[in-house]
Ligand binder design. Structure first.
Ligand SMILES: [Zn+2]
Length: 128
C-alpha cells in the first residue's frame, strides 16, 4: 500500500462539514489520504480513528483519517465522491471521541442521499 495526502478530499470534507452543519466534527483533526494498491475489491473509502488508549499514550487529541482508495474513488463523479465522504463522516460519533458509529440504524443510502441533496441546495443558494 502506498499513501499520499489528498488535499482534494480534504476540501470536499471541509465543505460538507460546514455546509451540513456537522458541528461535532473538527475538520482540522481529520486527515485525508489516498491509497493505492489495495487488495480489497469493493471498498471505496474508509475512516480510521485514533482510539482512546492511543490518545492517552501519545498525548494526542481524537483524530481521524479518511482514506480513499484511489483505484475506485478517483473514477467516481463529483457527486458520488461527495456522497462517499458524507458516508465516512457519518461514522464519527457526536462526541468526536476517536471511536465510530456503526452503520446499523444510522448510515444508509437514504440518509446519505438526503444530506447530499441538502448540500447541493445550499450550493445553489450561494451561487444565485
Ligand atoms: Zn461505512
Amino acid at each position: 500500500m502506498e499513501y499520499t495526502e489528498a488535499p482534494d478530499v480534504k476540501r470536499v470534507m471541509e465543505e460538507i462539514v460546514e455546509g451540513l452543519g456537522f458541528s461535532h466534527v473538527e475538520p482540522r483533526l481529520i486527515h485525508c489520504y489516498r491509497s493505492r494498491g489495495s487488495k480489497s475489491r469493493r471498498i471505496i473509502a474508509r475512516i480510521h480513528g485514533l482510539g482512546k488508549i492511543w490518545q492517552e499514550a501519545l498525548g494526542l487529541p481524537p483524530t481521524y483519517v479518511i482514506e480513499v482508495i484511489s483505484e475506485r474513488y478517483d473514477k467516481l463523479s463529483e457527486g458520488e465522491k461527495e456522497k462517499t465522504v458524507i458516508h465516512e463522516l457519518l461514522h464519527i460519533p457526536k462526541g468526536f471521541s476517536g471511536g465510530f458509529r456503526p452503520h446499523k440504524g444510522y448510515i444508509d443510502q437514504r440518509r446519505i442521499e438526503k444530506l447530499h441533496k441538502a448540500l447541493l441546495e445550499r450550493r445553489t443558494l450561494r451561487t444565485t
